[in-house]
Design a protein around this ligand. Structure first.
Ligand code: SAH
Ligand code: SF4
Ligand code: F3S
Length: 479
């Protein structure tokens, strides 16, 4: 029987996708994927260090895993991701039961390192590289199980050269690098053939795709193109019905991308555009390189380009020097731009970042907590208002699987959970499988989600079968 692995993942979509890549590499190397960390021989923790809390989670996890390691002889434990990149072999020295550590540029070595671990080798590989080789990964293994049917992440660029003053990512992910367009298009076409209908394009500043590229004049194999042009090419691939991207940076928006939102139906009417603060003083101290006014112009342009477009964002409260007036400017902008949702964070100093050196103006913990709660109250109000405005609308959901109610209460009628093009969660009484598209009418709004009632599509059945590419590349709906 092949040995089994399990990967625990923390952090952003980039990390989730890295875990997918790791799983795929291990499957190609002959491993089998376990359902949990109980019955497995190899456990990998893919870590995040964006805030102190995220980093501490690794240390508590590792402490608890001493027992897991001792329980069954011949088990191996590896740590990867952003904490691994940052701490390297310091983690290996601190935790004697840890077998290997790999950095964010070293995924491809994991099968080899795992093998070596079973021969008693302990090592850390955290070297960085500017080579495009890291994008040359094998196609999805037949046994690869997507955690989200019908959807896939697709890396278009990696790394970050922005160096926002609070952020550890430029250290943990290294320099910005864009993947050649042909590789992206080929991977997208291969994914579409396996039934993927929604692509989420990934990059730390995804819409900066190609900006540092010196290879534009070279061959199709090595060249990039503008981000909007890439989106248009991806939208032409038969079977690809939805395209999302995360996270764009306001500095890299351009007219071409706004136009794509108006003209490319596959490009979803949802943009997650991190704001961080509504105060220009704080934005400058954060080194975000835009003003609240510039941000607002892009936000409004996007909404004008595509009616119904939903904006979500990230906000940090309690950045050093943030006054009540600065915070109120954030509240005012969040309200004015009517974000439908947001990830909200209390500022957390990260070692080695310029903001961590700021000794003046640090915001007391209780003040930061109070600001966080006030911001979250506002967002709850905005989310509910946006949801209520959708009642009566007909939309299409991409089914993720059974809803929580369906999983907890099998006695009730079947219910599915899916996402509409705006990325809102919609629950509906239906039994369509994960990965299918279902037409629904929104009948109720709740603070966290929408409730839909399935409606028949004009001249069609309730559920659209998978649209797949036939041999001539036309679209056909299998029965
Ligand atoms: N590249 C994206 C953000 C990636 S990190 C962008 O620039 O837009 C995701 C979010 O984590 C950030 O948008 C920010 O809101 C939050 N974050 C990053 N560093 C943080 C820190 N030191 N303290 C609190 N929140 C932080
Ligand atoms: Fe961090 Fe700024 Fe880069 Fe985003 S753009 S990853 S916040 S440094
Ligand atoms: Fe965390 Fe690294 Fe992503 S720090 S948020 S996993 S890039």
């Amino acid at each position: 029987m092949p040995r089994r692995f399990y990967i625990r993942t923390y952090g952003c979509q980039m990390n989730v996708h890295d875990s997918d890549k790791l799983a795929n590499l291990l499957l190609h190397a002959g491993w089998a994927q376990a359902e949990s960390d109980g019955p497995c021989e190899l456990l990998i923790i893919n870590t995040c260090s964006i805030r102190e809390k995220a980093e501490n989670k690794l240390y508590s996890d590792l402490g608890a895993l001493r027992e897991w390691k001792d329980e069954v002889p011949g088990r191996a434990l590896g740590v990867g991701g952003c904490v691994a990149q940052q701490e390297g072999d310091a983690i290996l020295r601190r935790f004697g039961h840890l077998d290997f550590v790999f950095g964010t540029h070293n995924l491809r070595w994991v099968p080899e390192m795992a093998e070596a671990a079973f021969d008693g080798m302990r090592e850390a590989r955290t070297g960085t590289t500017a080579s495009l080789e890291r994008f040359d990964l094998p196609e999805r293994h037949p046994e690869f199980r997507a955690s989200t049917p019908g959807r896939a992440f697709l890396t278009v660029m990696e790394g970050c050269d922005m160096f926002c003053s609070f952020c550890i990512v430029p250290t943990t992910r290294g320099r910005e690098i864009s993947r050649p367009a042909q590789g992206i298009l080929d991977e997208a076409a291969a994914l579409a053939k396996t039934g993927v209908r929604q692509l989420t394009l990934l990059g730390q500043t995804v819409n900066a795709y190609g900006r540092h590229d010196q290879r534009r004049a070279q061959t199709a194999e090595t060249g990039t193109m503008g981000f909007a042009a890439l989106v248009r090419r991806l939208a032409e691939i038969p079977g690809i019905e939805r395209i999302r991207y995360t996270s764009p940076h306001p500095l890299f928006f351009d007219e071409a991308l706004v136009r794509a939102h108006a003209e490319v139906p596959e490009l979803c009417p949802h943009v997650h555009l991190p704001l961080q603060s509504g105060s220009n003083r704080i934005l400058e101290a954060m080194r975000r390189r835009y003003t609240a006014e510039e941000y607002s112009r892009w936000a409004e342009a996007l909404k004008a380009a595509r009616p119904g477009l939903v904006l979500t964002t990230d906000v940090i409260v309690g950045f050093p020097g943030e006054t009540e007036a600065d915070f109120e400017a954030t509240l005012a902008l969040v309200e004015a731009l009517a974000f439908v949702d947001a990830y909200t964070f209390k500022y957390s100093p990260r070692p080695g970042t310029p903001a961590a050196q700021l000794t003046e103006g640090s915001v007391p913990a209780d003040v930061a907590q109070d600001r966080l709660e006030r911001l979250q109250d506002l967002l709850r109000r905005l989310t509910l208002a946006a949801h209520r405005a959708r009642v009566g609308e007909t939309t299409e959901i991409l089914v993720e699987g059974p809803s929580r109610r369906a999983r907890e209460r099998p006695d009730q009628p079947a219910q599915i959970r899916g996402r509409d093009p705006q990325h809102r969660v919609v629950n509906a009484e239906h039994s369509a499988p994960g990965g299918s598209l279902v037409q629904v009418e929104i009948v109720e709004a709740t603070p966290h989600s929408l409730i839909g009632r399935p409606v028949p599509e004009e001249g069609a059945t309730l559920t659209r079968g998978k649209r797949t590419a036939d041999e001539e590349g036309r679209l056909s709906a299998p029965s």
